[in-house]
Ligand binder design. Structure first.
Ligand code: NAD
Ligand code: WQD
Length: 346
């Protein structure tokens, strides 16, 4: 009986879909012909992103302002709509904050996932893509990092990611009908090429690219470069920056694979470009994109930072048939387009 009330439309539930990566993925999903439903409690995003999604795609996705830990309310959404699969972005993501407030991270990230998976099980929805992170590899890694590198998470945030991966693997071991992709993102940056959507951190940005773009737009005086004595070519930290729209399209590729049941068991997959750029290289590329000099000063190392981190991307190519297409100039141009058109964010 319950099913009769549902529309015949099949949906992809996107948790955290008003957030930075989620909103760009919603655009990519719509472009690929999917019907996303967003669940987000707006703890780190703004509802106005929905209008931007409509402006870009012509479609306003269904949206529920809701905390994922509210299992009863989540159950109602699954009762109402025919949900085929889930992309699970929702969670807290600030590494430093997680060190200061570990319980906040364990509570939100783990409980949200348990609540979500319980409801999915109740409705026999067994396809999920999870936002994991390169931070699970931690300090001990050799580069480029392969998926089978021993994970050594160095923060409560990274521990939540590894724990959630394990929770999902255990769910599969108990019920092999689950289809699971565990995507470990490297450093997502940039914005939608329209300049209508981008990263809008609340407060002072923790991450390099949004900080640089806020300096470029005049919100801060100079970029602090955290150390120039690392064993890298110019002494500054090297990372694998990936354009957020490439990342979004990587999710569409993963969704297609789990839909066709290609993955017989949970797959851990790196999403990066495989190339590393130093802080100085990012700063110079951004200066080119913005057409202005960006002031900086060298400060001491940030605790917990590592010298170099970039992905081995062979598995993504092999399993998903996906590879990032956009280069560093595109990442900076799109980030600047977004920031200069929206100096204060949404
Ligand atoms: P984001 O903060 O912009 O988006 C996360 C969204 O989840 C926010 O809109 C927030 O309001 C929502 N949310 C948080 N807790 C919730 C809850 N209990 N119920 C409902 N909604 C909730 O972050 P993002 O950069 O888009 O990251 C998305 C995911 O990717 C996160 O899980 C993050 O840990 C992971 N990730 C991000 C990066 C990165 O550098 N941005 C790198 C690797 C992995
Ligand atoms: C990049 C480089 C800094 C800011 C983090 C998380 C990781 C993932 C992505 C979620 C480093 C340097 C930075 C600044 C600087 N997120 N830097 N001045 O630390 O590689 O990764 O975001 O999963 O888990 O740890 O990214 O952008 O903070 O730093 O010099 O103001 O830029 O030292 O070398 P990071 P980042």
């Amino acid at each position: 009986m319950k099913n009769n009330k549902k529309s015949s439309k099949r949906f992809v539930l996107v948790t955290g879909g008003t957030g930075y990566i989620g909103s760009h993925t919603v655009v990519a999903l719509i472009a690929a012909g999917y019907n996303p439903i967003i669940v987000d409690n707006l703890s780190n995003s703004k509802v106005s992103v929905l209008k931007r999604i409509k402006k870009i795609t012509g479609k306003l996705p269904l949206f529920y302002k809701m905390d994922l830990r509210n299992t009863m309310a989540l159950n109602k959404i699954f009762q109402k709509h025919s949900i085929a699969s889930v992309i699970h972005f929702a969670g807290f993501k600030a590494v430093g904050e997680s060190v200061a407030e570990p319980l906040k991270y364990y509570e939100n990230n783990i409980q949200s996932t348990i609540s979500l998976c319980k409801v999915m099980n109740m409705h026999s929805v067994k396809k999920i893509i999870f936002s994991s992170s390169a931070s699970v590899y931690g300090e001990a890694s050799v580069v480029p990092i392969k998926e089978n590198s021993l994970p050594v998470p160095a923060s409560p945030y990274a521990c939540t990611k590894l724990m959630i991966e394990q929770i999902l693997i255990d769910i599969y071991l108990a019920d092999p009908f689950w289809r699971i992709a565990l995507l470990r993102y490297f450093n997502p940056v940039g914005a939608h090429e329209s300049g209508l959507m981008g990263e809008d951190p609340q407060g002072i940005p923790n991450n390099l690219m949004p900080y640089i773009s806020q300096v470029a737009v005049g919100r801060h005086k100079k970029v602090n470069i955290f150390g120039n004595d690392y064993p890298t070519d110019d002494g500054t930290g090297v990372r694998d920056y990936i354009h957020v729209m490439d990342l979004a399209e990587g999710h569409v590729a993963a969704l297609k694979k789990i839909e066709t049941a290609t993955f017989k068991k949970p797959q851990i997959i790196n999403l990066g470009t495989g190339k590393g750029y130093s802080v100085i290289e990012i700063l110079r590329a951004f200066e080119k994109a913005a057409g202005k000099v960006i002031p900086y000063r060298i400060t001491k190392r940030r605790p917990g930072d590592i010298a170099a981190c970039y992905a081995d991307i062979k598995l993504a190519k092999k399993l998903l048939g996906w590879k990032a297409k956009r280069n560093l100039a595109d990442m900076c141009a799109d980030a600047w387009h977004w920031q200069s058109q929206n100096p204060k964010g949404y």
